[in-house]
Design a protein around this ligand. Structure first.
Ligand code: PMP
Length: 453
């Protein structure tokens, strides 16, 4: 008898795996008829392998979360050791993993964040942040921004300023979330030009606070992820911090995607020395080996709950199997110096992507920070017309952006395509030679977009 407990490859053909998955699972964020899942059987370092043995370079770290790459032995060992020691215990108990991870977080998080709520996803961690902000301030409204993503449950989707997502949700927008303009200097939604604008988008947000009663918090992705790696001008977040202070409003930084070295700092807010009142994160905290989300607050907020009821919790909160591996994952980031590496490799990748822009008339803008980049496709470089519109996506057919991504896949490079842009965010362990090879494949695939102009 085999000593492998779970090995579905022994009993199912690859066709059966795909058929069973396809028939009995929902493919998310898509028309079901467009879902043709690829059967993945292995992954190591910056690559993963399908059932036919074909390898793909993971140029978006899956969903921008496999920061350590695949098969990191220290993290894998930590999962096993934690399972042997204490797989589950109610969250009202103290555990070694919980205490050790708390101590480690104090070292790596931005200063001032000292109290933690452990969830199992970025979405859940955001839900905790919203409730904490509302309980602490006694106020309801949260100002988020357009072109944002904060999660898929009822409140986090309501906080998400992306019409593709909430338009399809029961309940849609609402639940006390208001939206300020996104900070997108390439295509400023309020038609200003940086730096002459004097950061009018921050003034706009302040105007909202002044004209709304009952504002508990401002919620931002310090570097917007899914919606196109929007890096704010350097004055923006410090200004927002000042505005929040002036009006007694909390600042919540959603660093689910931008945290954990992705931008070349432990957290994106560190680039501008901004200290949020609440920081939300997930993904890179365990490099996605196990599902963990974190909502971290200041001590001032924490103190309030000493004699006020903390009305929140989950069965899987502070689950030991998620916390032990997080200690190992953060330890590995420190041991391998991955934050500095992201800065160095990111500069190299950025140069190569900027060079592509000079070559391809279908590229509108290349922008990014660290190992976190977006390449925006346009039909017209002067007018900045997006290559695809929301509508193209909704009818379920592959867009030109999707076709470019499919061509990359065909040639062994996996990268995330959104409406009219790609997010390029490889594992932080990526080598220069892998960047060279992947950019070459992307370069060739972009001719599909050039030809479609
Ligand atoms: N916030 C941001 C900024 C994200 O990028 C994401 C996921 N892409 C989420 C929240 C939601 O996290 P999760 O998918 O883990 O629930």
């Amino acid at each position: 008898m085999s000593d492998t407990v779970f090995n579905p490859r022994n009993s199912l053909s690859s066709d059966e795996v795909v058929t069973l998955t396809r028939q009995h699972n929902y493919g998310t964020w898509r028309y079901q008829k467009s879902w043709k899942p690829l059967h993945i059987v292995d992954a190591e370092g910056c690559t993963f392998t399908d059932a036919s043995g074909k390898q793909y370079l993971d140029f978006s770290a899956q969903l921008m979360c496999s920061n350590l790459g695949h098969k990191n032995q220290a993290v894998i060992r930590a999962i096993g050791e934690q399972a042997q020691k204490l797989a589950y215990i109610m969250p009202s108990y103290a555990t070694d993993a919980r205490a050790e991870l708390s101590r480690l977080l104090l070292d790596v998080l931005p200063d001032g964040l000292t109290k933690f709520f452990f969830a199992t996803s970025g979405t859940e961690a955001n839900e905790a942040a919203f409730k904490i902000a509302r309980m602490y301030t006694g106020k309801t409204k949260i100002i988020a921004r357009y072109r944002s993503y904060h999660g898929s449950t009822m409140a986090s989707i309501a906080a998400t300023g992306d019409p593709r997502r909430w338009a399809m949700e029961p309940g849609g927008k609402g639940q006390g979330f208001l939206f300020a303009p996104e900070v997108h200097c390439y295509k400023c939604p309020i038609k200003h030009t940086y730096p002459g604008c004097g950061i009018a988008c921050a003034d706009y947000l302040e105007h909202m606070i002044e004209n709304e009663s009952d504002v508990a918090a401002v919620l931002v992705e310090p570097v917007v992820g899914t919606n196109g790696v929007l890096v704010p001008p350097p004055e923006y977040l410090p200004r927002l911090r000042e505005i929040c202070n002036r009006h007694g409003v909390l600042l919540i930084a959603d660093e689910v995607m931008s945290g954990w070295g992705r931008t070349g700092e432990w957290f994106a807010v560190n680039h501008w020395g901004v200290k949020p009142d609440i920081l939300v994160t997930a993904k890179g905290i365990t490099s996605a080996y196990v599902p963990l989300g974190l909502c971290a607050t200041t001590q001032t907020i924490a103190d309030y709950f000493e004699d006020h009821f903390f009305a929140h919790g989950h069965t899987y909160e502070a689950h030991p199997i998620t916390l032990g591996p997080a200690i190992a994952a953060i330890g590995e980031m420190q041991r391998l110096g991955l934050v500095a590496r992201a800065k160095e490799m990111g500069a190299y990748l950025g140069e190569k992507l900027h060079a592509l822009k000079l070559k391809h008339p279908s590229i509108g803008e290349v922008r990014g920070l660290g190992l976190f980049w977006a390449v925006d496709l346009v039909r017209d470089q002067q007018k900045k017309t997006p290559f695809n519109t929301k509508q193209d996506k909704v009818d379920g057919k592959p867009t030109v952006v999707d076709q470019v991504a499919a061509e990359c896949m065909k040639n062994g490079v996996s990268l995330q395509a959104w409406i009219s842009h790609f997010v390029i965010a490889p594992p932080l362990i990526i080598e220069k030679s892998q960047i060279d090879a992947a950019v070459e494949v992307f370069d060739r695939a972009l001719t599909i977009a050039d030809q479609a102009l």
